[in-house]
Design a protein. Structure first.
Length: 321
């Protein structure tokens, strides 16, 4: 998947292993969902994922099964605020630091207790949670001296991510999840970019970052493109022989404002966000396809769910789900 790519991070913000079970997994489905979870981990190993932020549905078979899967994965399971209730210790690795093309990138993860169905939710058994916003603020303090860029794999929900971006200053990018909305043109919130795609593995997000300086601010290249298009339209209108002088005076003023807007983008860091459908046009990794077919033959009902596909690969690109 990534042999020909440089400067790539491939990340997932959670709900990877299972569909949503409102109650305990039925006994007659246990073997099937276990096999499917293992297949997904093997597939992600082949796709060389960099990290997974744990979601509520990843705990459908409990914390011990999650820990077992984390040992089989060749990428880290991250959670900065998920605790073992008995010991009070973090259940998983809180963060990693990756160096990509000389850029030090800190990646951490948060899971909100609010995304569960309540105190009786079996997925919460044996678990406790540190407050997400307080944890995020502490993680920023810890990671800032060690990194150039900080990424949060968030399983809080989009409204909570917006709130966090306003309170935990210093996070450059939030890969948002749980609410399953398309954020095709994400506006930065206090210098934090929040991106998210629809659920169930139907899409992958591709975020390109271009850094011109060490500042934390980024602008969306689509915003600049819109200003450039507006400026071209204004120039065409000004060259129109049918335009009156009064109209041209208004357009000259608008042109000056557009030119000033373009100047503000000069030398600043930029990003482009694209959401890609993972459909039949995306070529499956042959080894993954073989495993999926074997699983479908063993458990025909698994054919009803989308099979894990090898997402398209993407200095400075981030693929996320």
């Amino acid at each position: 998947m990534r042999e020909k790519e440089n400067g790539v991070l491939v990340l997932d913000a959670g709900d990877l292993l299972f569909k949503k079970f409102s109650n305990a997994v039925p006994e007659n489905e246990l073997k099937m969902v276990t096999q499917k979870a293992q297949l997904i981990i093997e597939s992600f190993n082949l796709m060389r994922y960099d990290a997974l932020g744990v979601g509520d549905d990843d705990l459908a078979l409990g914390k011990e099964f999650l820990l077992e899967m984390s040992k089989k994965a060749r990428f880290p399971f991250l959670s900065s605020n998920l605790l073992d209730e008995e010991s009070g210790n973090l259940l998983l690795q809180p963060y990693i630091v990756k160096e990509i093309n000389g850029l030090r990138i800190g990646i951490f993860s948060l899971l909100s207790p609010d995304v569960f169905t309540g105190q009786a939710d079996p997925r919460k058994k044996g678990l406790a949670f540190r407050p997400p916003i307080e944890t995020a603020q502490n993680m920023v303090k810890e990671l800032q001296p060690k990194t150039d860029l900080i990424i949060l794999l968030s399983h809080l929900s989009y409204p909570k991510d917006v709130e966090l971006a306003q309170k935990a200053i210093g996070i450059h990018l939030i890969l948002s999840s749980h609410t399953g909305i398309h954020l095709t043109y994400p506006p930065p919130i206090r210098n934090t970019i929040i991106v998210q795609t629809a659920p169930k593995g139907m899409y992958a997000g591709k975020l390109d970052l271009v850094l011109h300086n060490n500042e934390s601010a980024f602008y969306n290249t689509m915003t600049k493109r819109a200003v450039e298009n507006n400026l071209n339209n204004l120039n065409n209108r000004l060259n129109s022989p049918q335009a009156s002088e009064a109209e041209k005076a208004q357009w000259r003023k608008a042109k000056e404002e557009a030119e000033r807007s373009l100047e503000q983008f000069h030398g600043k860091n930029e990003f482009t966000n694209v959401i890609l459908p993972l459909n039949e046009q995306v070529k499956d990794h042959p080894d993954i396809l073989k495993m999926v077919e074997e699983c479908k033959q063993k458990y025909p009902e698994t054919g009803k769910s989308p099979s894990p596909s090898s997402p398209p690969t993407k200095g400075g690109e981030i693929l996320f789900k």
